[in-house]
Design a protein around this ligand. Structure first.
Ligand SMILES: [Zn+2]
Length: 1038
């Protein structure tokens, strides 16, 4: 264990760097380390400087081409219809030099010095009398945007209706109406962003860091006062970061379903007691539920799995504070009670970190349009529910303790139309809020939404038949792509050459332009390749209808993916946007070509497998993309090894996502076809943010040091997200740099600045408040076992890549052993035999065992390398709730569903069967069992399940008649069918992506997958849960 003063790893210097976010990046491709500027501006592969490439391209002549046989020629252009005929000779069109805005990644890299302001306790707010005037009509100069439930694909349908402030959901149209004090009128401008894009005359900042505002930059004290403590966390993973807190015993019922507990919009609410006086109250209000205080002997009580989904622990805060706290679905901490010192954190041997789902679809989101966004002048924190008001004119920052003035216009509360109650403003009443950002928050005018699709059309790709599905999905959803009249779209296809499509308005049909020089790719007619979707819609539709047939006879087996990506990057550089790449094999030509590395006989070994990229081409290109605000999403549809470890870098560092459909085939694999269609529908139509950056701030004394997720760390702690989507999760690790002795509450705030698809600049802010504790027992009591397991999984992926899979597995096991040993030796006074755990960690060994058996980390199986890498990508990129479901699925018995305890949502009755342990002991041949593994649902039907279930639910007369591949349940006119279908629908609604359903018989090939998820059972290469507990006990009691 590392003690303060004794660096666990490395010396002072490394510690300091790591602290600043740099060290965590080095090496591991997952941690995105410090992006070396050298990388960003490196010359070589294709790194024309943004904006300059067009000038660098030598003029070339396009040669005539006749169909595919002429692929050898340099550049050819032919109209689509004449694809098989000789095309016309074209001179290389003068490539317009599209101006690109100033480099986004210039400027000094800020460090994160320690803050020097003194750390005094919060000062109590004066109590302000509240005038109950909640029913005032909504002032029009404020906009509360409650997206209609229908527009939110999969959010809980039971929307609690918040105060409806304005029916107007059109954010830009909203007008200022004078209200009361005329002096205030000028302070409210008509919707911040759109009106302020004044012909480029706006202030241009050098970089986003300046815009979003640095963390603690105001006190540039670079010396790391206590370097020793900090690093012990990042690198010492096996002995795990210390600290984690645990305060509040989950209240009896745990946290209510989030949809219910989420503060319902701006509430007229009396001032929250946040001052020191009230803190005492908050501590005394600590209501530990007896269950939460229990010490459990896991060897005696083996089944601790609750029969309902596990709820996050509720922080031990005064209810007035907790009521305003951030929804745990958006923002969670591994320790809901923060240890006062790093020493205490070290003692607990639990990791301290945050898990975020910052852009999640929300049923309701307060949106504020105001000319002044109130932020701390020292650390740039956004004003939030956990600041304290010293009086009506001054507020104290809850992160750095700076005292700030309340701006005049903030004195007015637009909700109540009352003056002199800044503490009732929506910014101070909502832990989650969105601001319309004024022009200071822009580097350049918001860009239009730009969507570029890049399709593999080699022989292999055509064989899979994927193009038909994708083009049809695009046709179906073309009008639903998020955007406005400025939306642009374009297409590139490639095999051994690269094909562009001119869709210029006025053409009678799309024109294909073939570039066969893949060594020096240029863009023919760049102005006609990315076109306005509205103006060229018919041409786009034509192309989508034609594409699937165009290459059916191709014999071209080569894949020039790298050059195609370079071309796509060049095309998108001026605007940024989203690039969607579909690839079906290992790239074989040009830059980025890869060689097979997988050796099947080594699949099951934990050593010597290729988890690291074989080339840095994809990472470098991703960094270029990031610099130009381009994110790359990779859809890999391949039955063969495609080196996802290398290819995946293109998405990881550009803030894209990876989608993987192994063995996709339009005829042989109908389930994959259905999955692709459903996922594409979500992908194409979900909300998207462009040109985004995210920063996470925390109360002085705490320090963030390692980030997990898909992004690029632009400077120290600013995450660059060219795109942000509602399905992406992030995690960070933290340490306690300075004692938190003088404070009783700490806060964490994430700020996500992005351009909406409507061209508005917006900032979404989440603030989480947690108590600080001084004893190890409290730390343990507040442990959030799901968040801990999720963070450990992220750390283990890094560990697998930088060290080895077996190292990562050892580290996971050691995490359990170390923390339970610490609990036994430091908290328990009475050393009984057995494996004693705090109630909060009763599922810790089970979840870690489940992680060891998860595809990312399992051994002894024949898991394909690409599938393992994909599972690791998922760990890094999924929100916690999905990660946990993938790791430890929920199992239900469904042949006897009843309405007892059922939910009633919108006149639908949804049965709630109990969750069962993942063990074959829980199965029986006379039942049917549904396993919800997140992205897949598996319904195993026992042989003797009974005629009733076959006929009333499956719609067949006998077991033997269940089809070999059955992926949907019929909707029969029976109560049994209605219940089963309602339950499955309800599960699907809980997540953004549509999980495919497999109905499994004993002979089904999917049965192995079903059984593999029985994590409590023994397998040839893995311990059963009980054996695992015995192993842990031996180690703990050593
Ligand atoms: Zn501050």
């Amino acid at each position: 264990m590392s003690q303060p003063g004794i660096p666990a790893f490395g010396g002072t210097l490394t510690s300091l760097q790591a602290q600043n976010g740099a060290a965590s990046a080095s090496g591991s491709p997952y941690t995105n380390g410090p992006i070396q500027n050298a990388l960003m501006s490196s010359q070589g592969y294709n790194s024309q400087l943004p904006g300059s490439y067009p000038h660098l391209i030598p003029a070339k002549t396009l040669n005539p081409v006749s169909g595919q046989s002429t692929y050898g020629g340099p550049q050819t252009v032919s109209p689509l219809s004449s694809y098989q005929r000789p095309g016309q000779t074209l001179h290389r069109p003068p490539v317009a030099s599209t101006p690109v805005t100033s480099s986004l990644h210039s400027g000094p890299v800020p460090r994160m010095p320690q803050h020097t302001s003194h750390n005094s306790a919060a000062i109590p707010m004066p109590s302000v009398s509240f005038h109950p005037g909640a029913n005032l009509p909504p002032p029009l100069n404020w906009q509360y945007n409650y997206p209609s439930a229908g527009s939110q694909t999969n959010d809980c349908p039971n929307v609690s209706s918040g105060p409806t402030m304005s029916g107007n959901t059109n954010l830009t149209s909203h007008q200022y109406v004078s209200s009361g004090d005329p002096s205030l009128q000028n302070n409210f401008i008509k919707s911040g962003i759109t009106s302020s894009t004044n012909n480029g005359s706006l202030v241009v900042h050098n970089n986003y860091d300046e815009i979003e505002g640095g963390g603690f930059l105001a006190t540039p004290q670079l010396t790391n006062k206590n370097p020793t403590i900090s690093r012990s966390v990042g690198y010492s993973y096996p002995s795990l970061p210390p600290g984690y807190q645990n305060t509040t015993p989950p209240s009896t019922t745990g946290m209510p379903p989030s949809s219910l507990s989420y503060p319902s919009g701006p509430q007229a609410f009396s001032q929250m007691p946040l001052g020191a006086n009230h803190l005492t109250a908050s501590m005394s209000g600590l209501s530990l539920h007896p269950e939460g205080l229990r010490v459990i002997n896991l060897l005696q009580e083996r089944n601790m799995l609750p029969s309902t989904p596990l709820q996050p622990p509720v922080p031990n805060l005064h209810e007035d504070i907790q009521r305003l706290n951030c929804n745990p679905e958006l923002f969670r901490c591994t320790l809901t009670s923060i240890p006062q010192t790093q020493a205490l954190l070290n003692k607990a041997k639990l990791p301290l970190g945050l898990l975020l789902h910052p852009f999640k679809d929300l049923v309701q989101l307060p949106v504020v349009t105001s000319s002044t966004i109130v932020r701390c002048r020292s650390c740039r924190t956004y004003i939030n529910p956990f600041v304290s008001f010293l009086d009506q004119r001054r507020w104290k920052c809850n992160l750095c303790y700076q005292v700030n003035d309340v701006p005049e216009e903030f004195m007015y509360n637009p909700l109540t139309r009352a003056y002199g109650e800044p503490h009732r403003r929506p910014e101070v009443q909502n832990a989650t809020i969105e601001f319309m950002a004024p022009s200071e928050y822009m580097l350049r005018p918001p860009q239009p939404p730009v969507y570029l699709f890049v399709f593999d059309v080699s022989h292999n790709a055509v064989e899979t038949g994927y193009l038909t599905s994708v083009c049809q999905s695009l046709l179906d959803n073309l009008d639903l792509l998020p955007g406005n009249t400025r939306t642009k779209i374009g297409f590139i296809t490639f095999d051994s050459t690269i094909h562009f499509y001119s869709l210029q308005e006025g053409l009678s049909q799309p024109q294909m332009l073939i570039v066969s020089d893949i060594e020096d790719v240029f863009i023919p007619m760049p102005e006609n390749l990315l076109v306005n979707l509205n103006e060229s819609k018919e041409l786009v539709q034509d192309l989508l209808k034609t594409l699937p047939q165009m290459f059916t006879k191709t014999l071209e087996t080569q894949s020039a993916l790298g050059p195609a990506l370079q071309a796509a990057f060049k095309l998108m550089s001026p605007t940024g946007g989203r690039m969607s790449v579909f690839q079906t094999q290992l790239p074989t030509l040009g830059v980025g070509a890869l060689k097979p590395r997988e050796e099947p006989n080594q699949r099951s070994s934990a050593k010597e497998i290729h988890l690291t990229p074989s080339t840095d081409f994809y990472k470098k290109l991703a960094l270029d993309c990031s610099g130009q605000q381009v994110a790359v999403d990779l859809f890999l549809l391949s039955g063969q090894y495609s080196d996802l470890a290398s290819l995946g870098c293109i998405s990881r560092y550009s803030a894209g996502s990876v989608y993987y459909y192994p063995s996709y085939h339009h005829q042989h694999n109908p389930v994959q076809v259905q999955k692709l269609q459903k996922e594409l529908q979500r992908y194409l139509t979900r909300k998207i943010g462009f040109e985004a950056v995210m920063r996470i701030r925390c109360t002085k004394g705490l320090s963030i040091h390692t980030f997990h997720g898909n992004f690029f760390v632009r400077s120290t702690d600013l995450l660059s997200l060219p795109n942000v989507n509602p399905d992406a999760g992030y995690a960070v690790q933290m340490s306690v740099e300075e004692s938190l002795m003088d404070t009783q509450l700490v806060s964490f705030q994430s700020a996500l600045l992005y351009t909406s698809s409507k061209g508005e600049r917006r900032i979404r802010v989440h603030t989480l408040c947690l108590p600080v504790v001084s004893t190890l027992n409290e730390v343990f009591l507040g442990a959030d076992v799901q968040a801990i397991s999720g963070l450990l999984a992220n750390m283990a992926v890094d560990r697998s890549v930088t060290a080895s899979l077996s190292d990562a597995r050892d580290a996971l096991v050691n995490a359990v052993i170390d923390s339970l040993s610490a609990y036994r030796s430091s908290v328990l006074s009475n050393h009984q035999p057995g494996l004693m755990v705090p109630f909060s960690l009763r599922l810790f060994p089970l979840f870690v065992l489940a992680l060891l058996k998860q595809k990312s980390f399992q051994t002894g199986t024949n898991a394909r390398l690409d599938e393992r890498i994909f599972a690791m990508c998922q760990v890094k990129n999924q929100p916690l709730v999905h990660l946990m479901l993938t790791t430890h699925p929920n199992l239900y018995r469904v042949d006897n569903l009843s309405d007892e305890g059922a939910l009633n949502i919108n006149d639908r009755t949804i049965p709630q069967p109990p969750i069962l342990q993942l063990s074959v002991e829980k199965l029986s041949r006379d039942g049917a069992f549904l396993m919800d593994a997140g992205s897949v649902l598996m319904l195993w039907v026992g042989k003797n399940c009974g005629q009733h279930f076959f006929s009333q639910v499956l719609g067949v007369q006998s077991y033997a008649l269940i089809p070999q591949t059955m992926t949907d349940l019929p909707e029969l006119d029976t109560p049994e069918s209605a219940r089963t279908v309602a339950f499955i629908c309800w599960l699907r609604e809980q997540r953004p992506f549509f999980p495919v359903l497999y109905v499994i018989r004993d002979e089904s090939p999917m049965k192995a997958n079903f059984l593999q998820n029985m994590v409590e059972d023994r397998t040839e290469s893995a311990l059963s849960y009980y054996e695992f507990l015995l192993h842990i006990q031996q180690q703990v009691n050593k």
